[in-house]
Design a protein around this ligand. Sequence first.
Ligand SMILES: *Cc1c(COP(=O)(O)O)cnc(C)c1O
Length: 426
Amino acid sequence: MHETPTHFLNINYYLKKYLGKLPEPPLHPGTKQPIKPEDLEPIFAKELIKQEMTLEETVAIPEEILEMYEMFRPTPMVRAKRLEKFLQTPAHIYFKNESATISGSHKINTALAQAYYNKKEGVKTLITETGAGQWGSALSIACKFFGLKCLVFMVKVSYEQKPYRKIIMQTFGADVVASPSNKTLFGKSVLAKDPNNPGSLGIAISEALEIATQDQDTKYCLGSVLNHVLLHQTIIGQEAIRQMEIAGEYPDIVIGCVGGGSNFTGFATPFVIDKISGKKKDLRLIAVESTACPKMTKGDFRYDFGDTAQKTPLLKMETLGCDFIPPSIHAGGLRYHGNAPILSFLNQEGITEKIAFDQPAVFQAAIDFAQAEGIIPAPESAHAVKATIDEAIKCREQGIKKVIIFNLSGHGLLDLKGYEDFLQSR
Ligand SMILES: *Cc1c(COP(=O)(O)O)cnc(C)c1O
């Protein structure tokens, strides 16, 4: 009895089939040659490396992962009728509610899969970094469920300013360390230069990687960007396309926000396949980012590192440069310098469109959505809300009915500081 999909859907299979080409492969930082699976084995579980490179059409989801998904999946696909009425639009608006997962965002979908495969290969501890804390929270839950230890390097400013995410991670038994820390040589070197360094995702990744490569029982996990993460998130899109079938509609526009590209691409994948196969040629797919971190709309498309310390493989992506430090915004999950290679490729091929919004416009949309639908969106997800509202208003002005769907990647109940600042600024 599975209401949830039983397979992950591999977009690369379809890109090869219908376009005859693929995103360019990651390169070894030393040799500049395409990376080999062995190169990644000190860091990632073997099965995840296989999934990173596979050209199979689907990857079967193991029973143990499905059992966990069934605790909260399928997530609802909701017709936002009160929002339609508020906007007085003839458009039909639907949202896929990934805020209804156990961790409050889509990140748990890949966290459970990554924890499972690591456990199966005998790994004892998973290490990661977290900025705003959504990814660290999801991975702590997944590690607890599969009996793994979890160590999270949390960017020091967030550690100090966002105590509640830290408490969530600790509730699930994770060790949370403020980064830069004196647990690693790299952290020590940073602290020696500047004892008050506030930390960054780049530093936290370098610390996590340093520990992960020290022994075989410990591996590293990433919450976005990589192919296997986007693959796991296709569970969202597969449910969405079925739910739209049940609703008797097919979208004209598909929208999602972009930090590293995983929730949008996972949500959009089945629709991308319909578009590139010629079945739905006119479908529009809109990826939304923050003007504070505009890698899609202002970045270059080139090989770049995933971290500031330049230790990761080189990825071909839309990037602002691995040393880019975005200003502090409330949508912490969108503050990553690069975009997933797969989504960068889709953008470059003109299959997907990209747009950026600034923080005040996004919070106004978030509040309109909250007042209509009763859910406070994560500031990240509110970027998708803003794009949806703009498209729905165009429908009103042009007097045409379109079906618009977006992914509500998470709720904002732990991001109320952002709402407070916005309400006070009005
Ligand atoms: C992390 C996060 C994002 C951005 O990451 P993607 O990999 O682009 O999905 C978006 N929304 C929420 C709620 C997040 O936690």
